[in-house]
Design a binder for this molecule. Structure first.
Ligand SMILES: Nc1nc2c([nH]c(=O)n2[C@H]2C[C@H](O)[C@@H](COP(=O)(O)OP(=O)(O)OP(=O)(O)O)O2)c(=O)[nH]1
Length: 135
């Protein structure tokens, strides 16, 4: 049976744009765009995980809110349960360490990115939620 992991990913919104990062050359799935985050450790909430990972990988100071979307994707050898958490940046700064690019992408262009496969349904749910909220 394929290994299974729970991963928390940050949905950081600024006006009509979402923060995305591209997986760096030393990471699995290098070159694909993702919502930054990482594996949830035992006993950790998705919110604690995402705040910790954003600090570790991007030196970003954040606060996490509600879970906005989830998706389980089966890669060849790994099943990833991706939990997308709404996150606020508390300071407008970050530093790339594991990613090689980051960008703010308008919601209506999110699906044009070469996203990690698990992230496509998450992006669709984020777009749907924003449309329901009327913004
Ligand atoms: N962080 C993150 N990982 C994702 C996304 N989509 C997706 O399929 N993944 C996969 C890639 C990896 O197999 C796994 C999380 O890996 P990671 O490398 O970011 O997590 P981590 O920092 O805790 O891992 P590690 O380097 O310590 O091994 O989930 C996403 O949007 N964000």
């Amino acid at each position: 049976m394929a290994a299974h992991i729970d991963v928390a990913a940050a949905i950081i919104r600024r006006e009509d744009a979402i923060f995305v990062a591209r997986r760096g050359p030393n990471q699995k799935m290098a070159g694909l765009w993702e919502f930054p985050g990482g594996k949830i450790e035992t006993g950790e909430t998705p919110q604690c995980c995402v705040v910790r990972e954003l600090m570790e990988e991007l030196s970003m100071t954040t606060a996490a809110g509600a879970i906005i979307a989830t998706n389980t994707h089966r890669y060849e050898e790994l099943s990833v349960n991706l939990i997308a958490v709404e996150v606020q940046m508390l300071k407008d700064q970050f530093t790339l360490t594991v990613h090689d690019r980051a960008d703010w992408v308008p919601l209506n262009r999110l699906l044009e990115l070469d996203l990690a496969p698990a992230d496509i349904p998450i992006a669709e749910q984020v777009i749907a939620v924003s449309e329901q909220r009327g913004a």
